[in-house]
Design a protein around this ligand. Structure first.
Ligand SMILES: CC(C)(COP(=O)(O)OP(=O)(O)OC[C@H]1O[C@@H](n2cnc3c(N)ncnc32)[C@H](O)[C@@H]1OP(=O)(O)O)[C@@H](O)C(=O)NCCC(=O)NCCS
Length: 182
């Protein structure tokens, strides 16, 4: 897959957004653990990869080749409608503490969404701060059509296809490793 850049967001033009490769696994684990100051999210990333639920995984790398960001999109299933919609979930997204507020999270999110759209994904959901995610097109009204364990303003979705603008709500299920989060 081609290397991507998001100059729209990045304050440091030397940051590269690129696809995850297996050799990144250890560094990603360390990064995610450091960012969240616990094991849960790093374990989630590991388990999503292990059960082949990952739809897309990207990393941000600085000029020295150090990983400073990571994002995961995983498969959601169970939509009971006539269309076999492809639905994924954005979680988690991690930016190294000393590199936060420099546009790296935004670059990872926007690159991920652009790629998923190109891959034919219908809809992406997220659970997070509305003031951050709405800038990427995420919308809590649309998410009401994709009913799962979460609701309210923090549960948002962005649609890429007409099929994703459902007339009737449908039930969605997260990949199995999310169940360990309780
Ligand atoms: C959340 C996170 C991914 C954002 O990435 P980032 O590179 O620091 O953020 P960006 O530079 O792209 O964007 C900065 C903007 O996001 C906002 N923002 C950052 N984190 C936020 C949060 N937790 N809640 C609300 N807004 C947030 C900032 O206020 C800023 O807003 P502005 O552009 O209006 O000034 C990063 O801060 C991070 O890794 N946080 C810890 C892990 C986490 O909470 N992940 C998200 C849940 S999975």
């Amino acid at each position: 897959m081609a290397e991507m850049e998001e100059p729209r967001f990045l304050k440091d033009p030397e940051i590269r957004i690129r696809p995850f490769v297996q050799g990144d696994a250890e560094a990603v684990g360390t990064l995610v653990r450091d960012v969240f100051e616990r094991d849960m999210e790093a374990q989630l990333v590991h388990d999503l990869r292990r059960c082949k639920a990952m739809v897309l995984e990207l990393v941000a790398e600085d000029a020295a080749g150090e990983l400073v960001g990571h994002i995961a999109f995983s498969r959601m299933t169970g939509c009971q409608v006539g269309h076999p919609l492809q639905i994924s979930c954005l979680a988690p997204v991690s930016v190294a503490k000393q590199r936060q507020m420099q546009g790296i999270g935004a670059a990872l999110i926007q690159s991920g969404l652009d790629q998923l759209q190109g891959l034919g994904e219908d809809v992406v959901t997220v659970l997070g701060a509305p003031e951050y995610y709405t800038r990427f097109g995420f919308d809590s009204e649309l998410a009401k059509k994709y009913q799962g364990p979460y609701s309210g303003k923090v549960y948002m979705a962005v649609a890429f296809t007409r099929e994703a603008q459902l007339e009737n709500a449908c039930q969605v299920t997260y990949a199995t490793p999310f169940q360990a989060l309780g």
